[in-house]
Design a protein around this ligand. Structure first.
Ligand code: ATP
Ligand code: MG
Ligand code: MG
Ligand code: MG
Length: 485
């Protein structure tokens, strides 16, 4: 399309620079903040300024921030709009301008700069925020029918159980305005983003949420916004999902060619797998570039799980060998080369770290392939047992859900591979039992996410608890995506 991802990013930064904002670089994915594991939003590097703990460097700033949201892992490839790694474009006011300017500029940017038709734009406001409603309607000129009042779950943004927060207002793009407003009862039917996509969130940051849950007004009123670069690219490039934009698709095409499949002709399952590879490859390259080494704790564990999921997913779709003729070789480095080629405007430092990034990925992949080798032996034994037991008691041979889960969780065996190998020996797998095990694990990891994702009362305690509570296998196969804001 006419709008490359790079052009969209540049236009955003230039637009706000022309309106007095200083363009600042993205901060690292590893935040300078002991209460969060990874950078989840553009505001994080400005948190001390919002809280009044540090003087503002400038009245207002604009950035394109690298983000990782592990709570969206289950959504990757399942919704059209979520990645774990994405860029958040943002404009920030540190006690300078407030709601009125923020809304007017966001509207101008969307309609005049990016050229989105005004009648395709919908707005959400916090249900109690009459001021925001009035600004959108009376000053910006949005018809009342396209401004939705929503509850605190969706339209009161907090960076955690404590910290800077405030009501927010979001912009949505309507892919099918011809369907009228009857099926647009709730913009936030986010399990289904086939009609509307949220692309820009304006947070009116005016409170500090305290330990006891009370809201203390901040000394100054701030603006904190986030626009998903890949979502805007998806809209402007007129592709069906974020993954088919020029920001991610070249990685998918490389993976498809290594697996000798065609993305266009692939079935949905293969497409989802290719999207997982496209997303996770970006995440791990930027994590390693920011100094995160695969390990069993904290951020290192995030990197490890993402890498292993790419390895498993790649084998599942048929990638064998390194793509340069070595059947024993690692394939992640070839994919990482594509990610790095695309990185120049996202993060100019990545290129200079190419050698160590590729080395780290290669080591971790080959290490994991060994682990997989051990799992294959265990699977063989379990299948022997199943056949033997069935012969003894006259039942059909079957692998228990617990065994399938053990192979999946401890040995990294995709359940599809387990089922396929088992069926070759005439053994079925207890998918229902496996589902129950997965669900138990999902609940555990979700609970852990709720804790570490956010800033907390007792920072030291939470940091200590990260290694054993976080990321206990987020990649659930459960069909229900986690899609709440
Ligand atoms: P959603 O409701 O779609 O999950 P959100 O409300 O969680 O989005 P915000 O916290 O408001 O997202 O973040 C600001 C913007 O960042 C969003 O409007 C969106 O454009 C983008 N964004 C958020 N999460 C993701 C993601 N996982 N992948 C890509 N872009 C994202
Ligand atoms: Mg939002
Ligand atoms: Mg949302
Ligand atoms: Mg969300």
């Amino acid at each position: 399309g006419e709008w490359s991802g790079d052009a969209i990013r540049r236009r955003f930064l230039d637009f706000y620079a022309a309106r007095g904002h200083k363009i600042l670089p993205s901060s690292s994915l590893v935040p300078d903040d002991p209460t969060v594991l990874l950078t989840i939003a553009g505001m994080l590097q400005f948190k001390p300024i919002f809280l009044g703990k540090e003087p503002r460097c400038v009245p207002c700033a604009t950035t394109s921030q690298k983000c990782i949201r592990t709570n969206d892992i289950e959504n990757v490839g399942r919704t059209a709009r979520h990645q774990t790694f994405f860029e958040m474009l943002g404009n920030f006011s540190f006690g300078d301008y407030f709601k009125k300017e923020a809304a007017a500029w966001a509207w101008e940017l969307a309609t005049k700069e990016y050229g989105l038709p005004a009648e395709r734009l919908w707005i959400s406001v916090f249900e109690e925020d009459d001021e925001a409603f009035s600004i959108w309607h009376n000053e910006v000129g949005v018809p009342k029918e396209r401004i939705k009042r929503m509850g605190a779950d969706d339209n009161f943004w907090t960076s955690g159980p404590t910290g800077p927060c405030g009501p927010c207002s979001e912009m949505y793009y309507d892919f099918y305005p011809e369907r009228g407003s009857s099926d647009a009862v709730c913009l936030m039917d986010l399990g289904d983003d086939s009609r509307f996509i949220e692309f820009y969130n304006l947070v009116f940051m005016q409170y500090n949420k305290k330990d006891d849950g009370s809201l203390e007004p901040l000394r100054q009123k701030n603006i904190d916004t986030g626009m998903g670069l890949e979502r805007m690219a998806r809209i402007l490039q007129k592709v069906p999902n974020n993954y088919e934009t020029d920001l991610i698709f070249p990685i998918i095409e490389k993976a498809a060619s290594m697996a000798m499949v065609s993305y266009a002709k692939a079935d949905e399952a293969t497409k989802t797998n290719l999207k997982i590879i496209g997303d996770h490859m970006r995440a791990v390259v930027y994590l390693i570039s920011d100094g995160v080494i695969p390990s069993n704790i904290g951020r290192g564990y995030v990197a490890r799980r993402l890498i292993r999921r790419v390895v498993r997913t790649g084998r599942l779709i048929g990638i064998r060998g390194d793509g340069h003729g070595n059947s024993e070789g690692a394939f992640l480095p070839s994919l990482a080369e594509v990610v790095i080629k695309l990185s120049t405007e996202i993060d100019p430092d990545v290129k200079s770290r190419q050698k160590s990034i590729l080395g780290e990925l290669q080591r971790e992949e080959l290490r994991f392939v060994q682990t997989l080798g051990r799992g294959e032996k265990l699977l063989d034994e379990l299948l022997d047992d199943a056949v033997l037991n069935a012969g003894n008691n006259g039942n059909k041979p079957s692998l228990s859900g617990k065994d399938v889960f053990l192979l999946y969780d401890t040995y990294g065996f995709p359940v599809e591979i387990t089922a396929e190998i088992a069926s070759e020996r005439g053994v079925t797998v207890d998918m229902k039992g496996f589902g129950i095990e997965m669900e138990n694990q999902r609940k555990q990891s979700q609970a852990a996410h709720n804790v570490v994702k956010l800033s907390v009362k007792n920072e030291n305690e939470i940091v200590k608890s990260i290694p054993d509570t976080e990321f206990l296998g987020y990649d659930s196969l459960s069909a229900t995506a986690v899609v709440k804001g």
